[in-house]
Design a protein. Structure first.
Length: 214
């Protein structure tokens, strides 16, 4: 099986390293947007994580001509009508900081009896012609009444994971990668990657040879 290029729809070097390690031993070359010239900006305006992940992966694949992989994730709180959801990064407004988002979340959760919440991640692997594979991961927990811990980022200080009796900000990065929504989605990708390669073979355009006649 020939080596395949898969483009991550990101410029994040950490994500590139993560995927390279995840797929070590498979005949793939992982690239990012930094390895190519500029492409049109992709606006994440979907109403679900699935829509955003697919849009980023499919448009990147179409623009560059290679299979592309993207993910979208966020925090879902049933007591807040499933907010912040796809707006997790800008819950307190455009360009809001992690601290501002956490502050708004805790304020909105005041007097709420149901403090259940979950992180959700959707990974999309798309080919230039449009079809895509989807993988999902979810991690359930509770929203605390105040931040605890100094690790992680985003809503980690207020996301309590019952099995460890700690917030995500109180556990190590290694522990978090084992149980997090993103970690679980990536495990699904790795477990299915032989099938992913077969699917890519079936869905990528075949190069045809033509003989020139004089």
């Amino acid at each position: 099986m020939n080596e395949k290029i898969i483009v991550l729809a990101t410029k994040n070097k950490g994500k590139k390293s993560e995927i390279i390690n995840l797929l070590k031993g498979y005949p793939v070359k992982i690239m990012t947007l930094d390895d190519f010239g500029p492409i049109p900006e992709i606006i994440e305006d979907g109403e679900t994580f699935d829509e955003n992940a697919y849009k980023k992966a499919s448009l990147t694949a179409r623009y560059l001509g290679f299979p592309a992989m993207s993910d979208d994730s966020g925090l879902v709180v049933p007591a807040l009508n499933k907010k912040p959801g796809v707006h997790s990064a800008r819950f307190a407004g455009e360009n809001s900081t992690d601290a501002e988002n956490v502050e708004k979340l805790l304020k909105d959760m005041e007097n709420k009896e149901d403090r259940s919440a979950y992180f959700e991640c959707v990974i999309s692997i798309a080919v230039p012609t449009g079809p895509a594979l989807t993988y999902e991961g979810r991690c359930d927990g509770l929203i605390t009444k105040e931040p605890k811990g100094s690790n992680g980022f985003g809503y980690d200080p207020v996301f309590f994971y019952p099995e460890l009796k700690k917030t995500f900000a109180e556990i190590s990065e290694e522990e978090k990668s084992e149980i997090s929504h993103r970690g679980r989605a990536l495990k699904e990708v790795k477990q299915e990657f032989d099938k992913v390669l077969t699917w890519l073979d079936q869905n990528l355009p075949k190069q045809e040879k033509f003989e020139c006649s004089s």
